[in-house]
Design a protein around this ligand. Structure first.
Ligand SMILES: Cc1ncc(COP(=O)(O)O)c(C=O)c1O
Length: 402
């Protein structure tokens, strides 16, 4: 897979703005309330949603009545259109099932694709709440280690084949694009993956929440269910506008399931567990999918610049990192420093990262670069200071006590 190294770092008045999220309801910022620590951990961005979404919300709020709400046909059409225009994926409206957000969808999928004795397979490192999904469904999971090859984290398909044969797992959890490694799987990778899973009669739960955030322009996202009808038949795809338009707090998501039996079962497992989508989240989702594309294009240009800046900095510091193909998350290999508590160590230098241990990979941290460039520059200066300090005093208290 090619990576363009000469990406332009384009500025943008809107995304360059530093918005003060302190003292409000932001989970990301409240973690460090009253401390000079830049939060680059949880996966939301410090950007306002597109003006079209804000306007649609204003309009809906002005209506003033927030009763139980039906999903408008226009929203369903906007989603169908979005998937077709962006991915050439033609879905039927009735394939869609609503979920409060993607993570509940993954949990419902785990209850739908097997019973308590059936394990499921999770590629590691993994978006950390995935690791709780099997337990919630009273199921076990078998980790499948992703392998770092050259500049990408790839699935070991022989290992997947053997694991499926050995464990009789009934579901494999795919995350594409992958959080935390930022990988986008190619058509051939997805085909080979699907062949193996289907050969063993297992289901695929494909979390594609980051699919609209491809920051390498030469790459395309391929919904795995769009490969072929038999793949679709065994797949539960989960998507949402949450990451795309930076509105995860509004809680909105959907599953696409073409197999009627699987869909019925998914809906049965959802019964009584999920609120009806809120009218505000529906208004925002529809506005985003219908009118947010120009904003999204600018966002991707900006994120591409940020990804480039992070990569250059890590290269100059000789901190290994694979180029980010999608998402606004960088996966940094800091095993060299042997930090017992990496998050606390970097916090001392004023930067809040996410511990790779939570994702199943000790010695890594995840850095969220979905922020203004000035915030990112300051964070990277602090990161550099932290790295220099530990390199200058490798046997210092940092390593031992932290
Ligand atoms: C891969 C992945 N899946 C699911 C989620 C959570 O999505 P939601 O907020 O829609 O439940 C995230 C959030 O970071 C994520 O990265």
């Amino acid at each position: 897979m090619k990576h363009t190294d000469d990406l332009l770092v384009v500025s943008d008045d809107e995304f360059d703005q530093v918005l003060d999220r302190r003292g409000g309801d932001s989970t990301k910022w409240n973690k460090y309330e009253g401390r000079d620590i830049l939060p680059l951990w949880v996966a939301d961005m410090d950007f306002r949603s597109p003006a079209e979404i804000i306007e649609a919300l204003r309009h809906r709020v002005d209506h003033g009545i927030f009763g139980y709400s039906d999903i408008p046909e226009s929203l369903v059409e906007a989603i169908v259109q979005h998937l077709f225009t962006r991915y050439g994926w033609s879905i039927r409206k009735d394939w869609i099932s609503w979920v409060a957000s993607v993570l509940p969808g993954v949990n419902i999928a785990a209850r739908t694709t097997g019973s308590e004795d059936d394990p499921l397979i999770i590629p590691i490192p993994a978006y950390h709440p995935f690791l709780n999904v099997p337990g919630h469904a009273h199921r076990e999971y078998v980790p499948l280690r992703l392998v770092k090859n050259r500049d990408r984290w790839e699935m070991d398909l022989d290992e997947l084949d053997q694991t499926l044969a050995r464990t009789n797992a009934t579901m494999v959890l795919l995350c594409n694009p992958h959080n935390p490694t930022g990988c986008v799987y190619s058509r051939s990778e997805l085909e080979a993956f699907a062949d193996i899973v289907l050969k063993h009669g297992a289901f695929i739960c494909s979390d594609e929440i980051h699919c609209d955030l491809l920051i390498q322009p030469e790459l395309t996202h391929i919904p795995i269910a769009s490969l072929a009808p038999d793949v679709a038949n065994s797949t539960i795809t989960l998507m949402s506008p949450g990451k795309t338009f930076n509105m995860p707090g509004l809680n909105f998501g959907f599953a696409v399931i073409s197999n009627p039996t699987l869909r019925r079962s998914f809906r049965e497992n959802r019964l009584g567990m999920q609120p009806v989508c809120s009218p505000l989240s529906m208004a925002a989702a529809e506005a985003g999918y219908s009118h947010g594309q120009a904003w999204l294009k600018r966002l991707l240009t900006y994120l591409r610049g940020n990804a480039h800046i992070v990569l250059q900095k890590m290269r100059s510091l000789e901190v290994p990192m694979t180029p980010v193909e999608a998402t606004f998350l960088a996966w940094l290999d800091i095993r060299e420093f042997e930090l017992k508590k990496p998050v606390q160590y970097f916090e001392r230098y004023g930067i809040g990262l996410h511990d790779g241990r939570d994702f199943g990979d000790e010695g890594f941290v995840r850095l969220n670069f979905g922020c203004s460039r000035s915030t990112l520059s300051l964070a990277l200066e602090r990161f550099e200071e932290a790295v220099n300090a530990i390199r200058q005093e490798p046997r210092s208290h940092h390593r031992l006590e932290s």
